[in-house]
Design a protein around this ligand. Sequence first.
Ligand code: ZN
Length: 448
Amino acid sequence: MDKKIWIKDPTAVWTGNQLAAARGIVIEGNRIIELVEQEPASEVDEVFDASNQVLLPGLVNCHHHFYQTLTRAFPEALDKELFEWLVSLYPVWANLDEAAIRASTTTALCELLLSGCTTTTDHHYVFSTSTGRAIDVQADVAAQLGIRAILTRGSMSLGESSGGLPPDKVVQSPGDILRDSERLIMEFHDPAEDSMLQIALAPCSPFSVTSELMRDSAILAREHKVLLHTHLAETLDENEFCLEMFGKRPVDYLEEVGWLADDVWLAHGIHFNQDEIERLGKAGVAVSHCPSSNMILASGSCPVPALRAAGSPVGLGVDGSASNDCSNMMQELRQAFLLQRLAHGASAFSHEDALQIATAGGAALFKRNSIGEIAPGKLADIALFDLDELRFSGAGDPVAALVLCGAHRASAVMVNGQWRVQDGALVDIDIDAVRTGHQAAATTLWKT
Ligand SMILES: [Zn+2]
């Protein structure tokens, strides 16, 4: 029999869509079984004292590049916009090896868990002879740390010599990409409702893959019922590239290669016109908003309210740590709140909208009905934030306080019924060893 844990008397419970007047929740095994109104319906085995804490669904991160934690605040990449920024970083990333992938994945996942994240994706697209098993390594680390993951098999096939942006050294042949994509799906993709690991296919962007690879990736993904992901409409440079290379704007290109569909989620989704937003919404294409990255690279801002109104699921992503430069979902949520308010007005995006895209919105983007929400029957993925800090002193609304006063570290995090963070620290992880190993891997990478 699975034990029952009562997460008792939090200051507030925010369910993923609304505030619940409740005395907490009861968890049994890997599920939430009850929203407690007065007393639990039956006897519990354990009580977790949640007083002075706000209870949220675990946060869902919809876009990241873990390997980029090794090139944070990288001197040659500072103060540049996307294309120039990429060109200064590609040669460094070309030297990644599997030890670097292990170190960077560990660091990114530790940061995500500590910020209240319970489900994350990663988009790894830099493959060379020394990173052939990058996704296998990431799968191993995610399992060790106990976070729910959707790992994408990224790809680049359009090198500099064929009119693309990345150097030829880091592009692969379509045959190699598709063979490895299928291998990873067969080996790791678990379609179960409570799956801890899924695979998706993710050609990197219009300016780094061919149209054929976009089409063939979609065919392969649909054959195996896995999701599709790519960067789209991130910058005006990209729009111009699409017009020049393919004779059409990014959304028309997306449609031409068979990607205007509800099994697709896009990173960024900034430079759309109203007609394109409506087409995306009608097709159910999802978008991951990445506010910090968009501000650092001065790319623009995603039209989140219009996309949601049109019917697109919108999630939140921290994006890679060379354009953020951290992996903190709670901080990112605040950035989304600030940027969307600035772009669309104070009544267009509330703190609850920011929380929603970071929880239930992300769950909808991943087609994962059982996460991103606190309700009986949902998976036990939760995050608690302690209000007993100077930054929250004097706050009226405890849920709004998390966003407005700038919560950035969870006090406790549970994934699939297992505590992964307690008392603000990772369970069974030596964070100093993680940091030392990661710094050494970064230093080695810069020198190669
Ligand atoms: Zn990205």
